[in-house]
Design a protein around this ligand. Structure first.
Ligand SMILES: [Zn+2]
Length: 294
């Protein structure tokens, strides 16, 4: 081969190498952007607050399926065939546990995945039985976030940095919201309240409130006349001005009860996922304002 011929051959070879490199890089970039659906991690969350926290940590690299429709109660959940088909490919089911969403096991069996309860880093109230409504306090939401980030890193180690960064930013947002809620309650006219069902103990403990009575001690079951008489006394004793219903539970028995008492019916919401409560943080702020406003 002549010297010129040799140089031309080298240039030719380099050109080929460049083209191959461009194809490889382009392929790598496009496969990151459009990942085949099977490669994406998909998780289910039993209730809206968990689904929102998972989404905050996962960003857009993980698919999040909410199991319980907004407006429905976890205490009376039933799995429909349509829902079952949407949950057929999830890699894990995030749940609360302690009897709130026992149906998570049924959901996980559809896809052959596991249930992960998020109570590892939260402060639980387990006097007698454990109260499952632990997501209703900001410090516990931080614990839930830490459990979620750990699990997502195990499921999808390729995106570990994104999850860690998102979790850190989200925890800062939760801390800011915690400060806002504290100042909302600083100006509240009363810290005594009567709630509809027994789901507000964590919230009350976190913000210095006293739950003086519960309208429906067993969720979904109407109170007995004896329980109603006791509640009436409590309302008078503590000069309670409002009783707090919940959007997910039937309140048909509530109206006749408050009629003679000259108190208001207001709404607080443990689950959200509806207009005005489309994030966990907005849900918590909504509840704080509803309880603290005169
Ligand atoms: Zn409940």
């Amino acid at each position: 081969m002549t010297d010129i011929g040799h140089k031309r051959a080298v240039r030719y070879a380099l050109g080929i190498i460049m083209i191959v490199l461009i194809i490889v890089i382009a392929g790598a970039v496009s496969s990151r952007v459009i990942e085949p659906p099977d490669d994406r991690v998909s998780v289910a969350a039993t209730i809206f607050p968990i689904a929102d926290i998972v989404t905050q940590v996962a960003g857009d690299v993980v698919d999040v399926e909410l199991v319980l429709d907004p407006g429905a109660s976890p205490h009376t959940f039933e799995l429909t065939p349509q829902k079952a088909s949407r949950l057929a490919n999830v890699d894990i089911v995030f749940a609360i546990g302690f009897g709130l969403d026992d149906w998570a096991t049924q959901v996980a069996s559809i896809s052959g995945s596991d249930v992960v309860e998020l109570n590892q880093y939260v402060e639980l109230d387990c006097a007698g039985v454990c109260d499952p409504h632990y997501w209703l306090s900001m410090p516990n939401a931080i614990g839930i976030t830490n459990s979620i980030v750990e699990k997502l890193v195990t499921l999808d180690p390729e995106h570990a940095d994104i999850f860690a960064q998102n979790a850190e930013e989200y925890i800062t947002e939760l801390e800011v919201a915690q400060g806002n809620i504290d100042s909302i309650f600083m100006d509240a006219p009363s810290h005594d309240l009567v709630v509809f069902h027994d789901s507000w103990n964590y919230f009350a403990n976190a913000y210095g409130l006293n739950i003086r009575g519960t309208f429906e001690p067993a969720p979904g079951r109407e109170p007995t006349p004896k329980q109603l008489a006791e509640l009436q006394n409590t309302i008078k004793e503590f000069n309670i001005q409002s009783i707090y219903r919940e959007p997910q539970l039937s309140e048909s028995a509530l109206a006749p009860f408050v009629k003679d008492l000259d108190i208001q019916i207001r709404t607080i919401d443990p689950l959200g996922g509806v207009e005005g409560r489309l994030s966990y943080i907005d849900l918590m702020l909504y509840n704080a304002h509803a309880i603290a406003s005169p």
